[in-house]
Design a protein around this ligand. Structure first.
Ligand code: ATP
Length: 284
């Protein structure tokens, strides 16, 4: 038996850090949504008790460091599954980009193996398992649009934002999420974005207010460390994107565009700046 799952990329419409907790994690407040740029995960049952990962992407780990491997191992252990699985990751989401590619692969693996092995695990339990693998995994289990609190695992689903084009551009640098959070001085954040502002924009279906409400406190760290990310933001705005923000800890920058007529010009303008550019829709 074989199953397939789509593992879409996420973007943060806003990301705030409230404080650093005693357990070392940061208390966050984020609004996350998904875009139509996705990895495709194929899972095939194996008679032997083993987990095998393959991928056409040469630059991700294929052993127990891979989040899809960890998801499969977790579900096998918890549900005492004796069969093995061969997992192929057809990667489309750029790696270490701030788009939660690994987390989404892990979430898709949990969903897929639940079906493949007919385990009947309810979604909230899949999300609890996901939280053991990473802070973004519970959101990726369901996708949609949600407010995430705690370290990202406390989710409140909300209405989808107004549909638009999303131009994603990743400069050719790798940014470590742990490094960026480590360098953030949570008590000295200059400007906190507002959940209420983004929620109001979504409720009123006002694209202009949504663009105004975008905000990510991690920009304060990443933009100083990597000036090319700041330049990319400026470039996207100059080309005509209506709202521009860095996703997660970066380095990917996304631009929201309401009119299709502008998309090709922005896309082509950015291609002169970096290789990884995508023009996609929100996954609503
Ligand atoms: P986040 O926004 O959740 O921090 P990210 O988009 O910045 O994630 P990922 O693409 O998830 O970053 O990759 C982060 C690291 O995880 C990489 O260094 C990569 O080697 C490792 N990794 C493990 N499993 C995967 C996977 N299935 N796909 C991509 N990267 C993976």
């Amino acid at each position: 038996m074989k199953v397939f799952e789509k593992a879409p990329a996420k973007i943060n419409l806003m990301l705030d850090v409230l404080h650093k907790r005693e357990d070392g994690y940061h208390e966050v407040e984020m609004i996350m949504t998904m875009v139509d740029l996705a990895d495709r995960i194929e899972m095939q049952e194996l008679p032997r008790d083993t987990i095998i990962i393959s991928s056409q992407a040469g630059y991700i780990p294929l052993d127990e460091k891979n989040l899809a491997f960890q998801a499969a191992r977790l579900i096998k252990e918890r549900y005492d599954v004796k069969q093995g699985v061969y997992i192929h990751l057809d990667k489309k989401i750029p790696v270490a980009a701030g788009l939660a590619g690994g987390s989404s692969d892990a979430a898709a693996t949990l969903r897929g193996l639940n079906r493949l092995w007919q385990l009947g695990i309810p979604t909230p339990e899949l999300q609890r398992l996901g939280a053991e693998l990473g802070s973004d995994v519970p959101f990726c289990v369901t996708g949609g649009t949600a407010i995430a609190r705690g370290r990202g695992e406390k989710l409140e689903p909300i209405e989808a934002p107004p549909q638009c084009w999303v131009i994603l551009a990743k400069p050719p640098i790798n940014v470590s999420t742990a490094d960026i959070y480590g360098k953030l001085r949570a008590g000295h954040i200059q400007r906190h974005p507002s959940v209420a502002k983004v929620l109001e924009a979504i409720r009123l279906k006002r694209f202009d207010l949504l663009c105004d409400g975008l905000g990510n406190v991690l920009e304060e760290v990443t933009l100083d460390l990597y000036p090319e990310v700041r330049q990319l933001k400026e470039c996207m705005l100059r080309l005509g994107a209506e709202g521009v923000l860095m996703s997660g800890s970066g380095p990917t920058v996304f631009g929201l565009v309401s009119k299709e007529a502008k998309v090709a010009r922005i896309y082509n303008g950015l291609r002169g700046f970096c290789k990884d550019v995508y023009a996609v829709r929100l996954l609503t």
